[in-house]
Ligand binder design. Structure first.
Ligand code: MRU
Length: 359
């Protein structure tokens, strides 16, 4: 397993700078929560679940390294830390889920000794991390059932080990299928403009011994036409309660192409990615990123000046284009109604319902 992030007993976070991969495997170390905010904005730490985990530890760090005996100032500081993480990336549901859990622990223990409160916050961050590892494993098992003995899977962006606490969501399914003895070939979309597919997915598929070919994004439709793709599996940044999916820009065109070519389009994500309070995908904020990500390549301008740019990080796949959503609970089919999973998350109960419960 790739070491992507570790919170040490010195209250510092050590993390792999994913913006440099695969050319440099560089670990950064910090005791300052603001560096974690910056790392999330700059995609050094990325992928919805990993962003949530990093932010949870960032909150613990922000509390630990703040010196005050004054309760009022302490509270003001806590909410300031939470707010700076909330403003780091708007789309990843897991980020907000993690911050809600940390805030709940804080508010329920306002009267506790500083040290005790800090311990409780650390325990919560550890739990968010551990639960994500477990959710990935379960998604892997649930999703592997969708793959035949020999499959060709196309994936977009990076929804693997590097994006989560565990083995990943979309890629977790592939690793699990491979472990079960299935034969899987992966086509990895390069994923313009930041090349998470080319840089990260190929890196981790290679590290895990999965056969793969890198393709440019615009090649996917033709591969489908030539019947070289059995299914598409992607992750999600946020899923509305009706099953509309927001994921890395380019996901929508893959879904349209799948519908046209009658190829299953699967989404793999934990319950922590589902925004149960948002009914439809059009209500989800899509992050707009800096124009430089498109007008520059490795710091060098490739366009003339004054070029207008649209650079949304994600797009919306309407639920009618989604064949199934794989969660840690089960494989959900349309019409999407996350029933028991929704109840569980809304009441913060961390035990999974049985698969036999009604959805
Ligand atoms: O901008 P990124 O690299 O953070 O985007 C990541 C994705 O779009 C992933 O598919 C999503 O977060 C799911 S990761 C399990």
């Amino acid at each position: 397993m790739i070491d992507k992030l570790e919170y040490t007993n010195k209250h510092e976070l050590i993390f792999l700078d994913q913006s440099l991969l695969p050319l440099k495997e560089k670990y950064l170390k910090t005791k300052n929560y603001k560096d974690i905010v910056e790392a999330i904005k700059a995609l050094r730490i990325r992928g919805a679940p990993l962003i949530g985990i990093a932010a949870a530890y960032g909150v613990v760090m922000g509390v630990h390294h703040y010196n005050t005996e004054n309760r009022k100032n302490f509270q003001i500081h806590f909410y300031k830390v939470i707010e700076s993480f909330r403003n780091s990336r708007p789309t990843a549901r897991n980020l907000f889920y993690a911050l809600e859990r940390m805030t709940k622990v804080f508010e329920e223990n306002l009267e506790a000794e500083f040290n005790d409160l800090e311990d409780l916050l650390l325990r919560e961050a550890d739990a968010i991390f551990d639960e994500d590892v477990e959710m990935c494993n379960r998604i892997g098992v649930n999703g592997a059932d969708l793959l035949g003995e020999k499959s060709t899977v196309l994936t977009h962006c990076n929804a693997g080990e590097l994006a989560t606490g565990g083995i990943g969501t979309a890629l977790g399914i592939i690793y699990t299928a491979k472990k079960q003895g299935k034969d899987v070939l992966v086509y990895a979309d390069e994923t313009r403009p930041l090349l998470q597919g080319a840089r990260l997915t190929t890196y981790e598929l290679g590290a895990n011994g999965i056969e793969h070919d890198l393709i440019i994004d615009s090649m996917a439709a033709n591969l489908m036409k030539e019947q070289q793709i059995d299914c598409v599996i992607i992750g999600a940044d946020r899923i509305a309660s009706n099953g509309d999916v927001v994921n890395k820009v380019g996901s929508y065109s893959l879904a349209v192409n799948c519908a046209f070519h009658k190829i299953p389009f699967y989404v793999a994500a934990p319950g922590t990615t589902i925004d149960f309070d948002t009914e439809t995908g059009d209500k989800i904020e899509i992050e707009e990123r800096d124009a430089d990500e498109i007008t520059q390549v490795r710091g060098e301008k490739i366009t003339g000046s004054n070029v207008n740019v649209m650079n949304p990080a994600f797009d919306l796949v309407p639920n009618n284009l989604v064949t199934a959503i794989v969660t840690e609970y089960k494989v959900h089919y349309p019409p999407y109604n996350f029933g028991r999973l929704k109840q569980m998350f809304q009441s913060y109960i961390q035990t999974l319902p049985s698969r036999n419960d009604d959805d």
